[in-house]
Design a protein around this ligand. Structure first.
Ligand SMILES: *Cc1c(COP(=O)(O)O)cnc(C)c1O
Length: 390
């Protein structure tokens, strides 16, 4: 079945008793055993729970993996995956990385003796140069957030395998609708399902997909041992959101491309970072390994003083901290999502005080452009005004 059909049909045949086409929400934490030594497959809901199982089986199929695991957030999913590692282990990680993942590695896992080096994961020489005896894995975000750098997944996963490293891909920004890292050689895929998979800015969740059975067993053990699992109500909300993923991603991509192209020629904008633009250095690679583009991009203003008035003047677009929902949100990475990354590193990778990130929603593109247009114009007048009076 094509992915659109798989998505629309998630859970539609899960209740053989009533035939309900929407997956039932099972709140039970305990399940009756038929007799000693027998189980229905469900014992205690931390280990396995029926509504969550429907979601976990669906994401495993969508990502072409062996098994799926639903966690209470994207960070919980990353914590479960990082728990594969032990004291003395070392990871190679994308330099321009989700701020929360950086914080987990630097402020928590470092205390347990697990270290990370931040590199351009598309540069094999840089990866080689940073290998250590304890290096166990490479963690890739592609595109990165917020600067939209692209890593060649097939190339880097092949390299990782040759060095006996696990390859872990955070696929939050593209979702399996546009990119399936396991098909390109990755061992583990993680998602913040709070973003595009959920899609409505109303459920916090994380997902893990494993490539093969041996890894699935290890992750299942950690998932159950740590216990940061997704509850039945949130599992249902996520299934409900995922049914429309194909439609939403198409519209997100279409709107983002239109707005990114418009901003690229705007006189107040210095640069737009969007892999859907032919001028983006990762354009061809992105086209090769993914079937479409995410709905989020970043742009750098010519003057940092424009940031504050723009965020004050946008009306339809909300100044808020997330991405991937049907509603348009704008974020200021330097003070919000990436505030935990030291300023020196942020500036080096380009997340500076002129950068704004825009998660383009599914509203009508004309309304979004006119909102941005009026906010930029109002900001231009205010900033021009303050230079004149100085
Ligand atoms: C949001 C996000 C996370 C963290 O997920 P939560 O669901 O917020 O815990 C991890 N990686 C990426 C790329 C994200 O955007």
């Amino acid at each position: 079945m094509k992915i659109e059909s798989q998505l629309a049909q998630i859970g539609s045949v899960s209740d053989s008793v009533t035939g309900a086409v929407s997956v039932p929400i099972h709140h039970a934490t305990a399940f009756r055993h038929p007799r000693l030594g027998q189980s229905t497959g469900f014992d205690y809901s931390r280990s396995k729970s029926p509504t969550r199982s429907v979601l976990e089986d669906a994401i495993a199929r969508l990502e072409s993996g062996d098994a799926g695991f639903a966690c209470s957030s994207g960070m919980a999913a990353l914590q479960v995956v990082f728990s594969l590692f032990s004291q003395g282990d070392h990871l190679l990680v994308s330099v321009d990385l989700y701020g929360g993942t950086y914080r987990l590695l630097e402020k928590v896992l470092s205390r347990f003796g697990i270290s990370a080096t931040y590199v351009d994961t598309n540069d094999i020489d840089a990866l080689e140069a940073n290998l250590r005896p304890g290096t166990k894995a490479v963690l890739i975000e592609t595109p990165t957030n917020p600067l939209m750098k692209i890593t060649d997944l097939a190339k880097v996963c092949r390299w990782a395998r040759s060095r006996e490293l696990l390859s872990i891909v955070d696929n939050t920004l593209l979702t399996p609708y546009f990119q399936r890292p396991i098909e390109l050689g990755a061992d583990i895929v993680v998602h913040s399902a709070s973003k595009y998979l959920g899609g409505h800015n109303d459920v916090l969740a994380g997902l893990i997909v494993t490539r093969h059975k041996a890894l699935s067993e290890k992750i299942a053990f950690l998932h159950n041992s740590i216990g940061a699992v997704l509850g039945p109500q949130d599992s249902w909300l996520l299934v409900r959101g995922m049914k429309t993923l194909a439609l939403r991603m198409e519209r997100h991509q279409q709107n983002a491309l239109r707005i990114a192209s418009w901003l690229a020629t705007h006189p107040l904008v210095a640069e737009v970072f969007y892999p859907g633009l032919e001028t983006h250095p990762g354009f061809a690679l992105q086209r090769k390994q993914a079937s479409g583009n995410t709905g989020i991009f970043s742009f750098k203003l010519k003057d940092a003083r424009l940031v504050e008035p723009i965020l004050r003047h946008i009306r339809l677009i909300a100044f808020a901290e997330s991405l991937g929902g049907v509603e348009s949100l704008m974020t200021y990475p330097a003070v919000q999502t990436h505030a935990d990354i030291p300023e020196e590193i942020r500036r080096r990778v380009g997340v500076d005080d002129r950068l704004l990130r825009y998660s383009v929603g599914i509203e009508h593109v004309d309304d979004l452009i006119s909102d941005l247009s009026q906010a930029l114009e109002a900001a231009r007048q205010e900033v021009a005004g303050c230079t004149e009076t100085r």
